[in-house]
Design a protein around this ligand. Structure first.
Ligand code: GDP
Ligand code: MG
Length: 505
């Protein structure tokens, strides 16, 4: 959880500004030193760290700045901007074009995670409705084709490879030709790696690249090697035309900072990050949301992206309701279904402000899902009148017999039903608050309707909607398991944020 630690340390340094009565050069310096130390500990390149410090100092002019509040804000903004710069090469990321073949070639050292990540990428696009496929052009590593075949079959992705052909160039060409002819849109070529940067690897890489003429060359970089990323990235960039980077193994104990700051050496944008061994442990990478998330500010943009990706039915109807601040139990039920569709629960949780500090925590996924299912079971025992009631929980207050009936039907205790209703009320309040933000529910792509200032407001209102005690507790909490315990105790303001976000696609 090293990256999360880094985030916590930077946040705490930034907070020291709010605690200081006067903000002068000394305060700024000591804050910057604290941040730099944290960055260095996370393996961020020392030259970049120095630059960050200089840049922040250069925008802050103590004589010109008036009020303390202003200073604080300016310094915080400057730090944020510099952190974003650290992971932003300033180059637009490659995006595939629908309806035509897009050939993507993977390069990287052996064990960096190429084969795993190929599958993740194919799966990512397949889920979004693209025709994606995989080609194994790794003839160096024994069992390479079997590995790709297994991964692909599990994710139901068409694949191509051979047990007998030992020329990677021929394999790659044959595969690309075949899949092009079959109308595939995302054609991913997995290549072999070597244990270190060897001439033979680069030679082969160039030959394959010349043969299939890829639209995008993805360099896969293993975050767990820390500082070594830099020279490796440079070497690959010099040999082939690396267009994008995927950083793997940003989970676990990897320091991450080394990989993140190597982005500068590749001059290519990071497009995804890998956060685990499973096909789902894969996140789109965007600089600003990444830094927000790192600093525990939540990733509303990411949440909106996820929700937009869903292409849910009944959009219009729900948006209409939300516009008027309406949110029934049935709406909540449907939102739970959506969350389940959205995939790994912990990833979604990580997008929510306040839950971000542990955003790379995995583990109790099943437990959280089970909890959600249980809530849905309770709602399954409600009748239409209850589910669709505009005042939601009130109908249960007026007729306490209803709670008992639902509890009996669902095989749970009365207390559990009451807890669900409390939870629901929190969500409903949240939705009401969000209903007040103009433009939020215009429909279509919400991120385009809402300007950054409004987005900020939304962020804040979600943070406010959370019980501060819960926020506090979350900071000290380890992982989703405890988080869900909070949720079970009916203090899940963060879930409210999620529901709100989930409801307004
Ligand atoms: P390749 O030699 O470059 O093709 O690397 P592989 O795809 O075979 O991966 C090497 C090892 O890294 C495998 O054990 C993978 O399960 C593991 N791996 C790949 N990506 C990730 C990741 O994002 N997180 C973790 N924890 N392990 C990963
Ligand atoms: Mg491989």
């Amino acid at each position: 959880m090293v990256l999360a630690d880094l985030g916590r340390k930077i946040t705490s340094a930034l907070k020291s500004l709010s605690n200081a009565t006067i903000i002068d050069e000394d305060v700024l310096n000591s804050m910057l030193n604290e941040i730099c130390r944290a960055l260095l500990e996370a393996d961020v390149n020392i030259k970049l760290v120095k630059k960050l410090k200089e840049n922040v100092k250069s925008v802050i002019d103590f004589e010109e700045m008036a009020a303390g509040l202003n200073k604080r804000k300016m310094i915080q903004t400057a730090v944020f901007k510099e952190l974003v710069k650290l992971v932003d090469p300033g180059v637009k990321a490659w995006t595939p074009v629908k309806g035509q073949p897009n050939v993507v070639m993977f390069v990287g050292l052996q064990g960096s995670g190429k084969t795993t990540t190929c599958t993740k990428l194919a799966y990512y696009y397949q889920k979004k409705g693209w025709k994606a496929c995989l080609i194994c052009a790794d003839t160096f590593r024994a069992g390479a084709f079997d590995q790709l075949k297994q991964n692909a079959a599990k994710a139901r992705i068409p694949f191509f490879g051979s047990y007998t052909e030992d020329n990677p160039v021929i394999l790659a060409m044959d595969g690309v030709d075949k899949f092009k002819a079959e109308g595939f849109e995302i054609i991913i070529v997995d290549t072999s790696g070597r244990h270190k940067q060897e001439d033979s690897l680069f030679e082969e890489m160039l030959q394959v690249s010349n043969a299939v003429n890829p639209d995008n060359i993805v360099f896969v970089m293993d975050a767990s090697i820390g500082q070594a990323c830099e020279s490796q990235a440079r070497a690959f960039k010099e040999q082939v035309d690396v267009a994008s980077v995927i950083i793997t193994k940003l989970d676990g104990h990897s320091k991450g900072g080394g990989a993140l700051s190597a982005v500068a050496a590749t001059k290519s944008p990071v497009i995804f990050i890998g956060t685990g061994e499973h096909t789902d442990d894969f996140e789109q990478f965007k600089t600003k949301p990444f830094i927000s998330k790192l600093l525990g500010m939540g990733d509303i943009e990411g949440l909106i992206d996820k929700v937009n990706e869903l292409n849910l039915d009944n959009n219009e109807e729900l948006i209409n309701k939300l516009k008027h601040g309406e949110f029934t139990l049935r709406d909540m039920y449907e939102q739970f279904q959506n969350i389940m569709k959205m995939g790994p629960f912990s990833q979604i949780m990580g997008l929510i402000p306040g839950f971000s500090s542990d955003f790379m925590t995995k583990g109790s996924e099943q437990e959280s899902m089970a909890r959600l299912k249980k809530l849905m079971t309770i709602m399954d025992s409600m009748n239409d009148e209850e589910l669709d009631n505009r005042e939601g929980a009130k109908i249960f207050v007026r007729g306490p017999g209803r709670v008992q009936r639902v509890a009996r039907g669902a095989g749970v205790s009365v207390k559990e039903v009451q807890e669900l209703l409390q939870q629901y009320q929190k969500f409903a309040q949240m939705v009401k608050k969000m209903g007040g933000i103009k433009g939020l529910f215009k429909g279509g792509d919400m991120s385009k309707n809402v300007n950054p200032a409004q987005m900020q407001k939304l962020n804040q209102s979600i943070a406010r909607a959370m019980d501060p005690r819960v926020l506090h507790q979350l900071g000290g909490m380890n992982g989703l398991q405890n988080m869900m315990k909070q949720f079970q105790q009916g203090a899940g303001g963060g879930m409210g944020g999620m529901m709100g976000g989930g409801g307004n696609k």
